[in-house]
Ligand binder design. Structure first.
Ligand SMILES: Cc1cc2nc3c(=O)[nH]c(=O)nc-3n(C[C@H](O)[C@H](O)[C@H](O)COP(=O)(O)OP(=O)(O)OC[C@H]3O[C@@H](n4cnc5c(N)ncnc54)[C@H](O)[C@@H]3O)c2cc1C
Length: 570
């Protein structure tokens, strides 16, 4: 069952650069239904009542405690959301799934255990398993009886995942594959019973296998990490691991299809979890800033601290606009496909690869900013393990590295856009009429999108087929496109809010939208100038446009409300 997300039109992935959107067409956080909220509330209560009291045990890697909690999560249906009803799941939409993910931010270590299990751990079987594989494994994953892990990375192949060396050799009697190799950095490595392992059949054909621990999977000792102290991360050692041929997942030689599509879902779900962590950090910062006195005043009264708090709130508001918009698009598209038709489902999600990469990059960098400012607002206490700001800072760091590093995701954004039908549409794009000049959010949005298209066109013209090698240029273009998506998503969220609540009630969302758009247009302009120096042409020079706002005043306005409320409100 897929729940409608109240948006009316199906939107093609990547089309945001070319097409204008109306607020009524996008899904926003405010559109989350009562039913979707309810499952989120169950998750929040589970985190507060069951998980938080066990935090110290979890941080000390007391795995029986984590296992017990996973069983409780299963009883509360929190592991069933993405699993079809026929296999013991609830078959709910991605909005519900992401809303649950957001609540996991209360304890990111446990969030990593549960998140890896429900996303990269279970989704390979959900989307690529055949009937027998789904029947055998999904009920166990849905209940938490078995924990799942995803084993792609190796010691010498991380970003370049297809260079994996783990081998799968067919046994002489043809009944099973023999896997040999070593996987690295596997979340749930010390806990899992079911592993999706990528190996090369005959050293060549990259293939996914469903491997039970009992088939010969060994876990190396726990890695000593910078953060996520309470999540299991180990290498996985495969020495003559015997995997029956019926446990090949998907087709031989098509492991990349499994890996990359599952990672797309992972990136999307990571977005709401990142913002959940950011909200908690902001709330902690606000309450500390109100309590802490220096110069006989709460530090929350100092302008520089207030500007930081306003910026933290703004980034969260923008991030939510991007994440829920994309979740809505994905759900709308998934609602039109037969969930038992893997190819249809894949096509549906694959087309949003650009948006998923944007969300991964943007939300992880917003989180990095927020947790860093949280430490700064705490001063020396932010550096102390006695305060939560220190752990929040450490736990956030990984989000820019896993699920495809932010560098890899940046390369995906322009290169995917320049593939297939979208390529032609983007390269043939011409301005219909003169760009609008009156200062408005709609004008800024149009200008930001124009900047992205012109940058893509300029680079494709100059470098042609070799563009993929011009990483400096690709990175700048990706940043412009990311900003365009951020600006538009935020404007649409705010327009939708205004339509519901009226302008007066939306003063702070408007201030956040104006603030972000002003700064983002400056960043776009700076990147266009850098590109212009490398690829001089009039189109790039003419694409530079700003959206001037008195952001000192707008941030003051935002800070007044957020600090008075004592927490993030939207
Ligand atoms: C806590 C944790 C949990 C993890 N969980 C899992 C898991 O469950 N399953 C799993 O399979 N993996 C997991 N990983 C692995 C993670 O996905 C990889 O670390 C990540 O993909 C990067 O690979 P790498 O570490 O080998 O870095 P490398 O690929 O060596 O990259 C090093 C640096 O070079 C950059 N770089 C590499 N190639 C390019 C390029 N083409 N262009 C530009 N820059 C480039 C990277 O962006 C990075 O900055 C986990 C890692 C950690 C730390």
């Amino acid at each position: 069952m897929s729940t409608s997300t109240q948006t009316s039109n199906l939107v093609a992935g990547g089309s945001f650069l070319l097409e204008d959107r109306q607020a009524s067409e996008v899904f926003t956080r405010e559109d989350i239904s009562k039913a979707q909220q309810m499952i989120g509330q169950v998750a929040e209560e589970f985190m507060r009542r069951e998980v938080m009291p066990k935090a110290e045990e979890i941080y000390h890697k007391n795995w029986p405690v984590s296992r017990e909690l996973m069983l409780t999560a299963g009883e509360l249906d929190l592991l069933r959301i993405d699993i079809p009803e026929a296999y013991g799941g609830l078959g709910l939409d991605k909005v519900s799934s992401a809303y649950v993910g957001e609540q996991m931010a209360l304890l990111p270590s446990f969030g990593a255990t549960l998140g890896a299990h429900t996303a990269i751990g279970s989704l390979p079987t959900v989307y690529f398993g055949n009937e027998a594989q789904r029947e055998k494994y999904l009920p166990k994953l849905a209940s938490g009886e078995w924990i799942a892990a995803f084993c792609l990375t190796e010691t010498e192949s991380g970003s370049d995942a297809l260079a994996a060396k783990t081998k799968a050799t067919l046994s002489a009697d043809g009944t099973h594959y023999i896997l040999n190799g070593r996987k690295m950095w596997i979340t749930n490595g010390g806990l899992a019973e079911l592993f999706t392992i990528f190996a090369k059949v005959d050293g060549e054909k990259f293939t996914a296998f469903l491997v039970e621990r009992g088939m010969g999977v060994e876990s190396a000792p726990e890695e000593k990490k910078l953060g996520l102290d309470g999540s299991s991360t180990t290498a996985i050692v495969l020495e003559n691991c015997q995997v029956p041929i019926e446990n090949v997942l998907g087709e031989i030689g098509k492991g990349h299809v499994v890996a990359f599509n599952v990672l797309n879902f992972g990136r999307l779900k990571l977005g709401s979890r990142n913002l959940g962590q950011a909200k908690l950090a902001l709330n902690t910062a606000i309450s500390y800033a109100k309590d802490r006195h220096q110069f006989n005043r709460p530090i929350a009264s100092f302008g520089m601290i207030r500007q930081k708090i306003a910026e933290m709130a703004t980034r969260i508001y923008v991030g939510d606009a991007m994440v829920w918009r994309t979740l809505g698009m994905v759900d709308d598209t998934l609602a039109t496909v037969d969930p038992n038709n893997t190819m249809q489902t894949l096509k549906a999600i694959e087309q949003y690869a650009v948006e998923c990469s944007i969300i991964k990059v943007w939300t992880s960098e917003a989180l990095a900013y927020v947790v860093d400012e949280n430490v700064q607002i705490h001063g020396g206490y932010g550096f102390s393990q006695e305060f939560s700001a220190e752990r929040a800072y450490r736990d956030a760091r990984i989000t820019r590295i896993y699920e495809g590093t932010n560098e890899i995701n940046r390369t995906i954004i322009p290169t995917r856009l320049l593939k297939g039908a979208m390529r032609e549409a983007l390269l043939n794009w011409k301005e219909d009429s003169k760009p609008a000049t009156e200062p408005s959010l709609r004008t800024a949005t149009a200008n930001a999108k124009r900047a992205g298209i012109v940058a893509l066109q300029s680079a494709a013209t100059k470098y042609g087929e070799t563009l993929a090698r011009e990483q400096e240029v690709l990175g700048l273009i990706a940043d412009i496109i990311i900003e365009a998506f951020a600006i538009e998503s935020t404007m649409l969220r705010t327009e939708k809010l205004i339509a519901k609540q009226g302008e007066t009630a939306c003063a702070i969302p408007i201030a956040m939208t104006e603030t972000y758009t002003c700064d983002a247009m400056e960043r776009i302009a700076q990147k266009l100038r850098t590109l212009h120096a490398e690829l001089p042409n009039d189109a790039l020079a003419n694409a530079i446009a700003l959206h001037p706002v008195n952001t000192i005043a707008t941030r003051k306005q935002i800070a007044d409300v957020v600090i008075e409320a004592g927490r993030y409100l939207w």
